[in-house]
Design a binder for this molecule. Structure first.
Ligand code: GLC
Length: 628
């Protein structure tokens, strides 16, 4: 059952696709106490309440005990002291053992603060900046019923093509066609499956979107054909910011069509991203959506059928305003070259580091929404959603009948109907294997099913064992992409020693793809979770409520990746009798029958464990070198 309450004058975010009658405030649940202006509500938590949800946010699977701020942010530090990542997924599920269960969706497109028992361990407090929002209360008999109901009202999740489950190799820094050819060649030479190679911003001419650097990628159309013959999908990155360069066709069209976000006085607002000074398309205008979406023809006409949208929070390195202010400030410091007070030193350090993604900048430009001028920060978390929607809907026109792989970095609930997401710039940390494990079910309940993390870690240098352990979670996630940052250690599988073990993991992935795809499509069609916390799958089993590092996969399987450095096994809680397959590859494994209870399982560095419920089978196919 869904109850909808409306406060103030909310913007239509498009998150919910069903119409509901709006209820009288007298019907608000009594467990909530609201502030006078309704900008905040609180609820007392039972010591044993679990809170799931908030999509890709940081910390563990159970979100309790921390503060989260929904505020789409280009955040490279996925650390415990951060409040926001790239997406705003304002749905939570409160689950009390054998009792009260509640789903809650705060449909609000600006900053939303979730204090889930941080300030006061027994109090949950949710607040918005201005009391203009919709509150949906979702009730149901079980937690999984509540999730199903919520998923129903936010509409069906995007379905990726099967090849999107193949392995993808990526890196920021592949400079030319030869770099891409080498990946394909090496995978072929070593019999390593692969379906796609990602093209990061390096392929563009001076980072100008919808251009190709002809020196690095000469005869691009022929190159795409060559890759097509190898059955390799090229997946280019597309960023929203358009380089400000008169004579560059995208810029000229943008100016002419009046497609860019404006400053207070109605001029195109300049921001800097990868291409230097740029303008942000105003995706809230239908004509901008259409225009930008149509630009993808540049690629689809060549046969390209996969895209990742990046930097769409939108990320802003600096604006003309903020850099000027900083430069002015630094000028006042020019004689202070010795003996700074501590305060001056902090100001000095903050001046430069505060330039990027600066709050002032987000308050300095405007969108046109239904003919009205709306300041960006009021609808900030919807920017990526509108971009995705425009692009996705236009695919029907520019690539009729073609299934397109499409995912983005930033999102809001509603984006899940148009594409998937990857979890952004994680790091080569063991703790980030645990992070994606925690994010998976919380993303699933918010509608995001086509998801994955940068395998091996994006920032910093990976190691062979870390990449291996990362693969052992990624081989279960829909998106399986090895990606890393410019300047980090080479991270392709063939850069390491134990190729046989890596091949084993990739073969296992390819052997699992039909089954994974089945679970994935079943989750889409029936609003189910692909990855479920044990506490929700076994609501009567109190022990499951402590488990934050294992997940049910579909209806029949459980996974429990090794997330610690140097570990050669781990403890597992088995919630019913299961057979455990400890696998080096699809055809090399040992099994052990496990009765319900706690067990220690030896899982060597080149092994991954899959647990199968009694009476169920592990469905594998003969792996191939391509999904096809
Ligand atoms: C952003 C993306 C990352 C990409 C980089 C360069 O940091 O998150 O994946 O490699 O930009 O385009």
């Amino acid at each position: 059952m869904i109850k909808k309450f409306v406060f103030g004058n909310p913007i239509n975010t498009q998150a919910v696709v069903e119409d509901f009658e709006e209820l009288d405030y007298s019907k608000l649940p009594e467990i909530f106490s609201f502030s006078e202006d309704y900008s905040e509500f609180k609820m007392e938590l039972d010591p044993e309440d679990i809170i799931y949800g908030l999509g890709e946010s940081l910390h563990g699977m159970n979100k309790r005990g921390f503060i989260y701020v929904s505020n789409n942010t280009d955040q490279v530090h996925h650390d415990e002291n951060q409040y926001s990542l790239y997406g705003s997924h304002n749905f939570i599920l409160i689950d009390r053992f054998e009792g009260f269960k509640l789903g809650l969706f705060v449909d609000y497109p600006a900053k939303t603060k979730w204090d889930l028992g941080f300030t006061d361990k027994d109090i949950m407090s949710v607040s918005v900046e201005e009391p203009d929002y919709k509150l949906y209360i979702v009730e149901g008999e079980t937690a999984l019923d509540i999730i199903k109901e919520f998923r129903r009202i936010i509409g069906k999740s995007y379905k990726a093509p099967l090849w999107g489950f193949g392995y993808g190799q990526s890196r920021w820094g592949y400079k030319c066609t030869e770099d891409v050819r080498k990946i394909v060649r090496e995978h072929k030479r070593l019999n390593l499956p692969i379906d796609s190679v990602y093209m990061d911003i390096d392929y563009m001419q001076d980072y100008a979107v919808f251009t190709i650097n002809d020196e690095r990628y000469p005869e691009f159309a022929d190159f795409v054909k060559e890759m097509e013959e190898e059955k390799i999908h090229l997946v280019p990155a597309i960023d929203p910011a358009v380089k400000r360069l008169p004579g560059y066709y995208v810029y000229d069209e943008g100016v002419e069509g009046n497609y860019f976000c404006k400053d207070e006085s109605g001029n195109d607002f300049p921001v800097a991203v990868w291409p230097g000074l740029s303008h942000l398309p105003d995706f809230f205008k239908p004509e901008t959506k259409k225009w930008f979406g149509d630009k993808y023809r540049f690629f689809t006409d060549l046969g390209i059928d996969g895209f990742w949208n990046d930097m769409n929070e939108p990320a802003i390195f600096y604006s003309s305003n903020s850099i000027k202010k900083t430069a002015d400030y630094l000028a006042t410091m020019k004689d202070k070259t010795e003996n700074l007070t501590l305060g001056e030193l902090w100001d000095y350090l903050d001046a430069a580091s505060g330039l990027a993604n600066n709050e002032e900048d987000y308050k300095s430009f405007y969108h046109e929404i239904d003919g009205k001028k709306v300041r960006h920060d009021r609808v900030h978390n919807l920017y990526a959603l509108n971009m995705m929607q425009g692009v996705y809907e236009n695919f029907k026109e520019i690539a009729p009948g073609k299934e397109i792989l499409f995912f983005a970095r930033s999102s809001y609930i509603g984006s899940h109907r148009y594409g998937g997401i990857w979890t952004g710039d994680n790091s080569s940390y063991y703790s980030h294997i645990q992070l994606i494990l925690s994010q998976l079910p919380n993303l699933n309940m918010c509608g995001f099913l086509y998801v994955g993390a940068d395998t091996g870690g994006f920032a910093f240098n990976t190691s062979e064992p870390l990449l291996m352990r990362f693969m052992q979670i990624s081989l279960f996630t829909p998106l399986f992409r090895n990606h890393c940052a410019l300047g980090t250690r080479d991270q392709e599988i063939y850069q390491f020693k134990d190729i046989d073990s890596f091949r084993g993991m990739l073969n296992l992935r390819y052997a699992l793809i039909p089954e994974l795809y089945k679970i994935y499509t079943d989750s889409i069609e029936n609003n189910k979770m692909m990855f479920t916390p044990l506490a929700l799958a076994y609501p009567g089993d109190k022990k499951c409520r402590q488990v934050g590092d294992q997940l049910m996969l579909g209806d029949d399987y459980m996974i429990a990746p090794v997330t610690e450095a140097n570990a050669t096994g781990r403890y597992v809680y088995v919630p019913e009798n299961m057979k455990c397959y400890i696998m080096k590859s699809h055809d090399k494994y040992r099994t052990v029958d496990l009765p319900k209870g706690h067990h220690y399982i030896n899982i060597a560095i080149n092994e991954v464990a899959i647990f199968v419920k009694e009476g169920k089978v592990l469905n594998l196919c003969e792996p191939g070198l391509r999904t096809e």
